[in-house]
Design a protein around this ligand. Structure first.
Ligand code: PHE
Length: 339
């Protein structure tokens, strides 16, 4: 009898079933009322008393193993049946919707790319800044209107902490830890406390550039900006610089490019002037160099800054600034080919 039990144990281990019906047939064969294991149970009576304990244990083991194995076979067959029910191998795959890069990212990458070819490296800094890096080190007088509540978002309870209103703060951070030559561009988001409309938003994006070295001149600045404008807007693009004022540059200028809609002849886009403004620039004020630990008797530098939204508007003729932050996929998908 022990040999018979052993034989069945090995047999049970090897059982296979590919459907629920086959598994049920096995259950009847081994575990049914008239099944092989019950037959053995019936024979148990004839086992000599001194062997009853050992044979009984073996018999129980066989029954448990058979039950476990057949249940497992049933479950496996069951889940396979389900898969087979739901799976249509002839069906085409679900279309995966691919996202697109945001137009601001596309244009930012393009600007960064142009300046990195001209030897500029990337610098980034925090959006929540202290007054020193945003204003004081940039030569803003204490009563400068840009510090005013109308312009700056202050962090409540910390009048010294602001949301940066330009990425010049990153230039300050670079200068305080690095001696010239410095040649960086600083892209990032900036905040200004303005009413939201088609032409203004409470946040937008900038790329600012800074070059400090020995003998850096205004001519260098003009040449780099001309190269940039022609790379960005086409080889025919002309630039002009108009005198302006910024606390951190002296002299300062604003740069216009020839209107690429009318080719400079004058249209409603350029307000019939033939020119559109794209950035502010100038020679770094010696007071800014000194405030940031750079000797202004040895070094000079230039800086420039532009709004990415403005450049994007010029390239893609987006009329309403709010489109950039609404995440309307119909708008974003229009930039698929530019990705
Ligand atoms: N920081 C200026 C702004 O936010 C831009 C600028 C940068 C102008 C560098 C001149 C030089 O408007």
């Amino acid at each position: 009898m022990t040999a018979k039990i052993q034989e069945l144990l090995e047999e049970v281990e090897q059982l296979q079933a590919s459907t629920k019906e086959e598994a049920e047939a096995l259950r009847i064969k081994y575990l049914g009322k008239k099944g092989l294991i019950n037959d053995l149970m019936a024979d148990f009576r004839n086992v000599p008393a001194e062997m009853k304990k050992e044979v009984g244990m073996k018999l129980n083991e066989l029954k448990n193993k058979a039950q476990e194995k057949i249940n497992a076979l049933k479950e496996a067959a069951d889940s396979q049946d389900h898969v087979a029910d739901d799976l249509d191998l002839t069906r085409t795959a679900y279309p995966i919707q691919l996202g697109t890069r945001h137009p601001i990212t596309i244009v930012k990458n393009e600007i960064v790319d142009i300046f990195s070819r001209l030897g500029f490296t990337l610098a980034e800094g925090p959006e929540i800044e202290d007054d020193w890096h945003v204003y004081s080190s940039m030569n803003f007088a204490d009563d400068h209107p840009a510090r005013d509540m109308q312009d700056t978002f202050f962090v409540e309870a910390h009048p010294d902490i602001v949301l940066r209103s330009h990425t010049s703060s990153v230039q300050a951070r670079v200068m305080e830890r690095q001696q010239p030559p410095i040649r960086v561009i600083c892209p990032g988001r900036v905040y200004r406390n303005e009413a939201i409309s088609a032409r203004a938003h409470c946040f937008f994006h900038q790329v600012e550039g800074l070059y400090v070295d020995k003998n850096v001149s205004f001519t260098d600045l003009k040449q780099v900006l001309l190269l940039f404008a022609q790379e960005m807007f086409g080889k025919e693009t002309k630039i002009r610089l108009r005198p302006s004022y910024f606390p951190f540059t002296e002299p300062s200028a604003e740069m216009d490019i020839s209107c690429d809609i009318c080719g400079g002849k004058g249209c409603s886009f350029c307000k019939h002037t033939g020119w559109v403004e794209i950035l502010g620039c100038g020679m770094v004020d010696p007071a800014v160099l000194e405030a940031n630990g750079i000797d202004s008797n040895v070094y000079t530098g230039y800086a420039f800054g532009m709004g990415i939204e403005r450049i994007t508007n010029l390239k893609y003729k987006v009329k309403d600034l709010r489109m950039f932050s609404e995440n309307d996929t119909r708008f974003l998908e229009e930039f698929k080919s530019a990705n």
